[in-house]
Write a protein that binds this ligand. Structure first.
Ligand code: SF4
Length: 83
């Protein structure tokens, strides 16, 4: 029997979910620049998620989103107001 362990504190790029991540990057690339968070802000948000107790296997357990997607939107917010 194979043990399926969920990596806590891992974003998708660290979880071996390249297929999902590639799709997310495609969607982000299609966002109008005005809707996209600045790269520095995007990275800051992801660093907060990586230290968050609600992150598991690249998914936010508070809202069910992929932080790597949600954080890309300039006006999006963390569901528990950490960013
Ligand atoms: S979006 Fe907020 S609650 Fe969700 S993992 Fe990131 S910091 Fe945590």
């Amino acid at each position: 029997m194979t043990e399926n362990r969920v990596c806590r504190r891992c974003l998708l790029f660290e979880s071996g979910r390249e297929d999902v991540l590639a799709s997310i990057h495609e969607h982000i690339a299609r966002l109008p620049a005005r809707d996209r968070a600045a790269q520095e802000e995007y990275q800051r948000r992801l660093n907060v998620c990586k230290a968050c107790e609600h992150l598991a296997g690249g998914t936010c357990l508070k809202c069910g989103c992929y932080p790597e997607f949600r954080a890309a939107f300039r006006t999006q917010k963390c569901p528990v107001k950490l960013w």
